[in-house]
Design a protein around this ligand. Structure first.
Ligand code: FMN
Length: 212
């Protein structure tokens, strides 16, 4: 059986099954097997610099996209903007629930200040004569996962969150997200300050059917 192997500049050469083991990317396998989220409150400085963020976004936008519609876009939020947004989220939360205090209030104050960089993955899925909207939404999900994986590959950790802001018109307008758009994820990226701890993963026997 012939397989194709891409080198770093994207040229392809054929390899045979015998050589496949040699070409398997062990580091990538380990990343895919072991990646796990560390919660945003444990993601500290340093975050990725501009150049690294561009690389992360290049990877995030390298996803299947039926019809090549590019039904998503990104907003990079960092520095002082995180504090401004967090203060406004806090005001909005207090307006809605004036009794908010203590831990709850503290949480609102730090919505966007936990990690050094937050990247909003914005779905622009819309009705199209040929491409179902559902598939456009899935493509935005793929962007989120690629972005999380890319963050880990570059030595950071990504936490895929939405939280109430993703569903709040006032919060979305403040970030510059249109009414026709949706947040697929606020991906929080930083350097972990605690070791990862895993959670139970699905039992494959319960979710996989084999049809021969
Ligand atoms: C679309 C989406 C939105 C999420 N939003 C939240 C959220 O708002 N708050 C939260 O605690 N977890 C949220 N999560 C879950 C976190 O990403 C969670 O930490 C993750 O499932 C951990 O799994 P992992 O270790 O495989 O990354 C969301 C996940 C997805 C896919």
């Amino acid at each position: 059986m012939l397989l194709f192997e891409a080198n770093s500049v994207g040229n392809f050469k054929t390899v045979n099954e015998q050589n496949r083991r040699r070409t398997v990317n062990e580091e990538m396998k380990a990343l895919l097997h072991n990646r796990r989220t560390i919660p945003a409150q444990f993601l500290s400085e340093p975050g990725p610099d501009d150049r690294t963020i561009r690389s992360l976004l290049t990877i995030a936008s390298r996803v299947p996209d039926h019809g090549k519609l590019v039904p998503w876009r990104f907003i990079v939020i960092r520095g002082e903007a995180r504090k401004r947004f967090s203060a406004s989220f806090c005001e909005m939360a207090l307006k809605r629930d004036p009794s908010l205090a203590g831990e709850g209030l503290e949480k609102e104050k730090t919505r966007f200040t936990r990690a050094p960089v937050i990247i909003a993955v914005v779905s622009r899925a819309a009705s199209h004569p040929k491409i179902p909207e559902w598939e456009q939404v899935l493509s935005a999900g793929a962007c989120c996962m690629n972005l999380v994986m890319a963050a880990h590959a570059y030595g950071f950790v990504g936490n895929w969150l939405t939280e109430w802001m993703a569903y709040d018109d006032e919060a979305l307008a403040m970030i510059g997200i249109d009414r026709e758009e949706k947040v697929a994820g606020f991906i929080h990226i930083g350097t972990p300050s605690v070791p990862p701890s895993d959670r139970p993963r699905p039992d494959l026997d319960e979710i996989v059917s084999w049809i021969d």
